[in-house]
Design a protein around this ligand. Structure first.
Ligand code: SAH
Ligand code: SF4
Length: 373
């Protein structure tokens, strides 16, 4: 049985009719899910009791919270969920002062009200098949794709946490959703696109979060980058480059053996030309591995070759994972790297290390939990 959240409008109408409910109930049910974040039809007293009982099957429980950790004075909340097959996935909810927002690489051009923004980092797969050696998720391999509903449930639970005041500060709302948790979103394209539509469709068919606030991060599945560009949505694309040369990138991002730096950057530039959305190049800085001045120069050169104004670089201090031989760059190497990109007039930001003390990076909470249990 498919979950209500991942059905199209037509499928929802068909589903209610199948249960013998009038078609107009579809919008009413969607309002419960997407406007009020409710999943228990037994409590929906605006529907006749007999109808309520019938539609419970459309809302199977998908995510069970098994751990929650908070840090940064409570403004970062990491949740670990168990799925119905006992797999574990995680997501991280972060609150930012508006002024810090540009450092995230997820900025939007829209005007926002209030001084706090909330960003949710969601998972798209259990594990990941790409196998980047510095990434905790990559070490575990791929277990399975998440369904669109499992992704949307991460979003719904985050909105609920915000509305219940589980994060400090004014209550506010969820502004950004970034696909930077576990998994390679473009390897689970169909479910991710269905989830994105649920996130950004206006009420009552979706959560109504601006598409400009949604970032899809990829290790570089070139044909899917082009597909994403053609969806007609102003999504933000982040490309995890980590090295400007094939020799090193083959090692850091094994997918590079299939699509080379040149092809990945060409696709990224094309994404900008089709959508008008500036692409974010993610670069996790690893000591003496990819942080040499000559690599900064080569990176700048590769980007400028494809034009100006289409891209910015988001440097991420590596969060060392257990068993990894790599560690974060020295401050002076990082500063030199930034200086060289800036000298080449490449807009550059340094991502903050939010949530590091709760294993904030990609896939690490699930890893820790597996070691404990
Ligand atoms: N699979 C996608 C999205 C999930 S990973 C991708 O690779 O883009 C999200 C980001 O976290 C990527 O840029 C990834 O390279 C980065 N990342 C993974 N492990 C990390 C670590 N140990 N320290 C810092 N960044 C890491
Ligand atoms: Fe997968 Fe991204 Fe981790 Fe690489 S960095 S293993 S692509 S989740």
């Amino acid at each position: 049985m498919r979950h209500w959240a991942e059905m199209s409008a037509d499928e929802r109408t068909a589903a209610v009719e199948e249960y013998g409910l009038p078609a107009f109930r579809a919008k009413q049910i969607s309002r419960h899910y997407f406007n009020r974040y409710e999943v228990d039809p037994r409590t929906w007293t605006d529907l006749p009791a007999v109808e309520r009982a019938k539609i419970c099957d459309l809302f199977p429980p998908l995510l069970t919270k098994v751990a929650q950790l908070s840090t940064d004075q409570g403004s970062t909340l990491k949740s670990l969920y168990r799925l119905d097959d006992a797999s574990l996935v995680e997501c991280v909810l972060m609150r930012y002062q508006r002024s810090q927002h540009a450092d995230l690489g997820t900025e939007t051009q829209e005007q926002v009200t209030g001084s706090m923004r909330s960003t949710l980092c969601v998972s798209s797969q259990v594990g990941c098949g790409i196998g980047c050696p510095f990434c905790a998720t990559g070490q575990a391999g791929l277990t399975r794709n998440l369904s669109a509903a499992e992704i949307l449930e991460q979003v719904r639970l985050a909105i609920l946490a915000i509305s219940r005041g589980e994060l400090p500060g004014p209550r506010g709302t969820l502004n950004n959703v970034v696909f930077m948790g576990m998994g390679e979103p473009l390897a689970n394209y169909k479910a991710v696109m269905t989830a994105i539509l649920g996130i950004c469709s206006p009420s009552p068919d979706g959560f109504g979060i601006s598409a400009r606030g949604i970032t899809v991060s990829t290790a570089g599945i070139v044909p899917r980058i082009i597909d994403l560009a053609q969806e007609g949505l102003p999504l933000t694309l982040a490309v995890s480059l980590h090295a400007p040369d094939d020799e090193l990138r083959d090692e850091l991002v094994p997918l590079n053996k299939r699509w080379k730096v040149r092809e990945v950057l060409d696709a990224a530039a094309q994404y900008f030309h089709i959508t008008g959305r500036r692409v974010s190049i993610e670069y996790a800085m690893m000591r003496d591995i990819n942080d040499q001045p000559w690599r900064a120069d080569l990176l700048a050169q590769e980007l400028i070759k494809r034009g100006r104004g289409w891209v910015h670089v988001n440097l991420i201090p590596l969060n060392p994972t257990p068993g990894s031989k790599w560690t974060a760059s020295r401050k002076r190497d990082r500063e030199e790297f930034i200086a060289r990109l800036e000298a080449a007039r490449i807009p550059t930001t340094l991502r903050d290390t939010r949530g590091q003390d709760i294993d904030g990076a990609c896939g690490q909470l699930a890893g820790v939990h597996e070691r404990i249990i």
